[in-house]
Every structure is written in structure tokens, then in C-alpha cells.
Design a binder for this molecule. Structure first.
Ligand code: IPM
Ligand code: MG
Length: 363
């Protein structure tokens, strides 16, 4: 039997609870489809700071590199909020993305039919079968640019730097074009080219590549307009490709259209990440939710669905990925965690939700 090696970073807050449910579901799907998993735990984020003094120990990078893929819960919490920037849990997250070369972040915002009514957006605006793929550049831009404090004109100030090189833009744009080819053929590149020089280079570069993808209908949109269009008419979007900062913001916004940020998965892929078959890190797009940690009420579905993405994009097990997604849809018709609960459904906790998805895999 084939055994896949997974590096697992449970992280902080609700991270351990939700990852446990994903593992439960992965083990069950493996048993059904004839493969297994070996899990190697490692520390990143606040738990790593507590244990080792740094958010990303070398040991963690080593374990992640040795695995077929990485599964991550979430990191961060108030306890570590006052540490200097390079020692915060978030530095661990940015650090592992960089160390593993994971420059392409795929964040699907998809409506789960049973959750239609849970979206804060009116049903007539959502339309039929909403399915947006946000492709966020993940290892460049302002999150990795020079930053610091400095005096300006005798008063205290601070700066961060947005910068992109042509190769960085090309490789993320290619991921966007390739995914668009595999989907409906529409790609929207989002920038702020009316103001930022880095955005003008972004737009020029994307336009140049477009000639290699004649089947893709490319459009450009300013980020402020995109933020507005996402709630005005989300159905116009298929694949969105954008920078690290804009993608961070727009993917949170897009996720909410689907009903709950607790539902959405993500894949962070490295080289050869043209939509399949490459090493990747998989995590829910939500955070560590310290306010509900340890209560057993967190929604594990985004993490479980990240497990499905892992099967699809890195392990090449699409049937198993489909089975998990179908099981989630089946369970949503009956049970809901508090974040997505509505009148008429059974309210359940984290472990019961994981159990239900695992059980539905057999159905
Ligand atoms: C995300 C998060 C992170 C990011 C933070 C925690 C550093 O918001 O994954 O979207 O901005 O990338
Ligand atoms: Mg974010």
C-alpha cells in the first residue's frame, strides 16, 4: 500500500482541533481508496516560540522539505502579539512559505449549495454556482520588502516596500493563465496600475504573457474596483491573479461570499505549480481563532477541504479529493457548526463534524 509522508503543523488556537479532524478524514479516505499516511508533527508559530524561542525552527523546515506535502492548522494569538515583528507567529508562516518556495497561493471561494442561505450576500446577487479561484502571489511584494522605522522631517515614521521582479510576476501569472485554461477560460489580473509603478510592471508583464495563452480571455481590474465588484456581481469572476497584499485582502472578502470563512481551503504551491502535481502546503484560510480555542466548536471543514486540495494538487488522488468534497456537501445538509448554523439543522461541534464527514465517505 502506498504511504504518503505528511508534515503536520497544527499551530496555535483552534489549529490542533481542526487538524485532528482533517487527519481523521484523510485516514478514512485513504482506507477507502487504498493508500495510507504517515504524519510527522512539527512546530511553527506561537507553539514554536514557546518551545524553542523562534517561530520557525530549522527542524520544522527540514521536516517539511522531507514530506510529500505539508498540512497546517493556523498560527497566532494575543499571547505573542507584543513580540517584535521577526519573532511573531506570523513571521513563521511567511518564513515557511519562503523557505519552501511556495509562491502560488490558490484560494478557491466556492458556494456550497447547502450553505447558500448562510452567505451575507443576497441569493440573486450570488447567482448560480459561484466558483472563484483567487491566485495570490505569496513570496514577494510588500510582505517581503524592506521595512523599518525612520524619521521623516524630524517626526517619527515607518515604511514598507512593494516591489516585484519580472520573473516573479511571470511565474504567478502563468499559474493564473493555466488555471484559467483548465476552468472557464477567464482570467482577471488585479492591480493598482493607476498609482503604483510595481503594478504597471505587473500589468505589462501579464499582457505580454497573454499572447502565449490565446484561449484565455484576460481582463485587468484595479483592486478597489475589484473589492466592490466582488460584492456587486461576484459571478463575473473565474480566476483572479494578484499580488501578495491584494490577494490577502481580496481572498478574505471572496471567502465571505461563500457563507463562512470557516469553509475555505487553500493551497500554497511551489515550482511546477501549474495546477497540479507539485509540492505544497495546505491550510484553511481562516486564522487561529483564540477566542474559541479549546471549546470544541470550531468549524473543521476548511481544514478538511484543504486535505482534499492536498490530494488533488500534490498527491494526484482526484477521486479521493472528490469523495471528501461530496461528503462535506452531504453532511452540510444535516449538521452545522455554530459559525454556519441555521434554524432547522443539527448544531454540532468540531469532532462531531469530523466524524460525520468521515462516516459520509463510506456512503
Ligand atoms: C493569510 C494570513 C497571513 C497572510 C498572515 C497571518 C501573515 O492573513 O494567510 O492570509 O497575510 O498571509
Ligand atoms: Mg489573510
Amino acid at each position: 500500500m502506498k504511504t504518503y509522508q505528511l508534515a503536520v503543523m497544527k499551530g496555535d488556537g483552534i489549529g490542533p482541533e481542526i487538524v485532528d479532524e482533517c487527519i481523521k478524514v484523510l485516514d478514512r479516505v485513504g482506507a477507502r481508496f487504498g493508500f495510507g499516511f504517515a504524519y510527522q508533527s512539527c512546530l511553527m508559530g506561537g507553539c514554536a516560540i514557546d518551545a524553542t524561542g523562534v517561530p520557525l525552527p530549522d527542524e520544522t523546515v527540514r521536516i517539511c522539505k522531507a514530506g510529500d506535502a505539508v498540512l497546517l492548522g493556523a498560527v497566532g494569538g494575543v499571547k505573542w502579539d507584543t513580540l517584535p515583528g521577526h519573532l511573531r507567529p506570523e513571521a513563521g508562516l511567511l518564513g515557511i512559505r519562503a523557505a519552501l518556495g511556495l509562491y502560488a497561493n490558490l484560494r478557491p471561494a466556492k458556494i456550497f449549495e447547502p450553505l447558500r442561505g448562510a452567505s451575507p450576500i443576497r441569493e440573486d446577487i450570488i447567482g448560480e454556482g459561484l466558483d472563484i479561484m483567487v491566485v495570490r502571489e505569496l513570496t514577494g511584494g510588500i510582505y517581503f520588502g524592506a521595512r523599518g522605522r525612520r524619521e521623516e522631517g524630524g517626526v517619527p515614521g515607518a515604511y514598507d516596500t512593494e516591489s516585484y521582479t519580472v520573473p516573479e510576476i511571470e511565474r504567478i501569472a502563468r499559474v493564473g493563465f493555466t488555471l484559467a485554461q483548465q476552468r472557464s477560460g477567464r482570467l482577471c489580473s488585479v492591480d493598482k496600475a493607476n498609482v503604483l509603478e510595481s503594478s504597471r510592471l505587473w500589468r505589462e508583464t501579464v499582457n505580454r504573457l497573454a499572447r502565449e495563452y490565446p484561449g484565455v480571455a484576460l481582463s485587468h481590474m484595479y483592486v478597489d474596483n475589484c473589492a466592490m465588484q466582488l460584492v456587486r456581481n461576484p459571478g463575473q469572476f473565474d480566476v483572479i491573479v494578484t499580488s501578495n497584499l491584494f490577494g490577502d485582502i481580496l481572498s478574505d472578502e471572496a471567502s465571505m461570499i461563500s457563507g463562512s470563512i470557516g469553509m475555505l481551503a487553500s493551497a500554497s504551491l511551489g515550482d511546477s505549480s501549474n495546477g497540479g502535481g507539485s509540492f505544497g502546503l495546505y491550510e484553511p484560510i481562516h486564522g487561529s481563532a483564540p477566542d474559541i480555542a479549546g471549546q470544541g466548536v470550531a468549524n473543521p471543514l476548511a481544514t478538511i477541504l484543504s486535505g482534499a486540495m492536498l490530494l488533488r494538487y500534490t498527491l494526484g488522488e482526484p477521486a479521493a479529493a472528490d469523495a471528501i468534497e461530496a461528503a462535506v456537501n452531504r453532511v452540510l445538509a444535516e449538521k452545522r457548526t455554530p459559525d454556519i448554523w441555521q434554524q432547522g439543522y443539527e448544531k454540532c461541534g468540531t469532532a462531531a463534524m469530523g466524524d460525520a464527514v468521515a462516516a459520509a465517505l463510506n456512503g
